[in-house]
Write a new protein. Structure first.
Length: 532
């Protein structure tokens, strides 16, 4: 295997289809946008370079794509770009699909604005919050109504490794927990937890599950004023599911928490919640939590959260994109190594460019890696097993594209030797790359450690329970061996600040080399999938 540092692609020019279906090339310089025939991509080669990775990321995270939201016209541009790249590299479509696209139907139920609300009772007065202005339900929230006493629980985190327990002295049984977003001292590089990198404890779903385990009946979360760069995006995204029945009722509790209404409220509503006269009250409250000051927060007598979904659901069409490199071995070519990443992100919450979630790290970085790997393997020739390169839609709304891919058996799961997932590869250069493994024996992990050492990539393994946080999870649930690469959360995660210039492309190149070695190992091993 040969990896070169010579660039074969200009960061300047990449081809795409515009929203109005004009055939354009988007140029990342000050020059005018020239018209070109679609598909005239640069010459392919066996090189993996940081410049190629950056070029792909800059296209996918360009403002013209407005954050690649699932179901949007702009995400179709990204999908066409990926499919055209697969075709240019010489990959084949999946025979049963007849194209590089796997058409999927997702389902969305919007909330009834008249009956979806949050209401506080303070000193005999009622204060009602308005959907889309004062709050929005989380994607994992159930519908229904809960009326209970709210109780403040700091950041809602229990982390033994950091000697932190926000619930230690607070009984939340039967109550609505109120908590801060992120984690203690998130703006302080010298803080505990994971330094400047956000730890897994900051994830919304993790916080909700922690509260449920302690008996809470509902949740309100707000962004603290010390996290000044975090936007207040209170768009209602509705309830999403991979099928109509799950959109009506949360049968799959991995992606929806039953009987647990959970909402994200604005800072101004949080001020009213605590009866503060100004934002200074929230500043003081967050500062005391960060300093481990146990002074109790102001209490609210009663709160009611009501979440009611409208009739439906509404079908939303989307597309996964996949290309196939058929295997060369008569006995092993019917088995697969799948390399995937999600291509969707969160869209834009205003018409202003400052409101675009560019999604450079999450997950243009992973898609760029899939494209580089597809090009590398296609130009260096088939392996014994068949290689499938796939990008998924709908990850941000509940791993929808990958769930449907597995459900529909686009690739027979019992024939998959390994699924490699690539999600957020571009940040936290001072932190080890997190490698999540499932159904991978120790000797295989040792080989992966060797590949990482060879390419100067520090890794740390996470094994055991794999949570539903990325697209490896549906494969793992179906019995497939999985390895997922992730460089960690950061303060720009799910904000408009996740832009292309903030990624470490040199390190991304080294990570892609590690993945290439791993895929090569599994694609040519004589072991069967059941022996991995």
């Amino acid at each position: 295997m040969r990896f070169s540092t010579r660039s074969k692609v200009s960061v300047g020019t990449i081809i795409a289809i515009s929203i109005v279906a004009a055939i354009l090339a988007i140029t990342f310089a000050t020059a005018p946008i020239p018209e070109r025939p679609f598909g005239t991509l640069p010459e392919t080669s066996a090189d993996v370079t940081r410049d190629d990775l950056e070029a792909h990321v800059r296209f996918l995270a360009h403002p013209e794509l407005r954050g690649r939201e699932t179901g949007s016209p702009e995400i179709a541009i990204a999908e066409r770009y990926i499919a055209d790249a697969f075709e240019r590299f010489g990959l084949a479509p999946k025979t049963e699909l007849g194209s590089f696209f796997h058409a999927v139907t997702m389902y969305r139920r919007d909330f009834d604005p008249d009956n979806t609300y949050v209401e506080l009772e303070i000193d005999g007065q009622s204060i009602r919050g308005v959907l889309g202005r004062d709050f929005r339900p989380f994607f994992f929230s159930d519908t229904g109504t809960v009326r209970a006493q709210p109780v403040f629980v700091g950041y809602g985190i229990v982390a033994d490794e950091y000697d932190w327990d926000d619930f230690e002295q607070t009984d939340v049984e039967g109550k609505i927990v109120v908590m801060l977003r992120y984690e203690p001292g998130a703006q302080d590089p010298s803080r505990g937890f994971a330094g400047t990198e956000l730890s897994a404890h900051s994830h919304f779903l993790t916080k909700a599950q922690t509260a449920v385990e302690r008996g809470a009946t509902g949740m309100m979360l707000f962004t603290g004023p010390l996290d000044a760069d975090a936007p207040e995006d209170l768009r209602s995204i509705g309830i999403w599911a991979p099928d109509a029945e799950n959109a009506r009722s949360p049968a799959d509790t991995r992606f929806r928490i039953p009987d647990f209404p959970a909402i994200h409220v604005s800072q101004s509503f949080a001020e009213r919640l605590f009866a503060f006269d100004s934002i200074d009250g929230l500043v003081d409250l967050q500062s005391r939590v960060d300093a481990r000051d146990d002074t109790p927060a102001p209490s609210v007598q009663l709160a009611e959260i009501s979440i009611v979904a409208e009739h439906g659901p509404t079908p939303v069409p989307g597309r996964n994109v996949l290309g196939v490199l058929p295997g060369r071995d008569p006995d092993l070519s019917s088995e697969y190594v799948v390399i995937g990443a999600h291509h969707d992100h969160l869209g834009a919450f205003t018409d202003d460019p400052a409101g675009i979630y560019h999604g450079a790290d999450d997950n243009a970085s992973g898609v760029a890696a899939v494209l580089e790997l597809a090009e590398y393997f296609a130009t260096t020739g088939p392996r014994d097993r068949t290689l499938v390169f796939v990008t998924f839609t709908g990850e941000e709304y509940g791993l929808l594209g990958s769930q449907i891919f597995v459900r529909d058996q686009i690739v027979q799961t019992e024939k998959i030797a390994l699924m490699i997932n690539l999600d957020m590869l571009g940040r936290n250069p001072d932190q080890p790359v997190r490698v999540y493994t499932g159904r991978i024996p120790p000797e295989r992990r040792e080989r992966l450690e060797g590949f990482a050492e060879k390419h100067r990539v520090e890794v740390t393994f996470r094994t055991g329970r794999l949570d539903a946080v990325s697209d490896h999870f549906p494969f793992h649930s179906a019995g497939v061996p999985v390895v997922s690469f992730f460089t960690g959360l950061h303060d720009d995660y799910h904000t408009p600040h996740d832009t292309a210039e903030r990624l470490d492309y040199d390190r991304m190149e080294r990570i892609v080399r590690v993945v290439a070695d791993l895929a090569d190992e599994f694609a040519n091993s004589r072991d069967t999938p059941t022996e991995f």
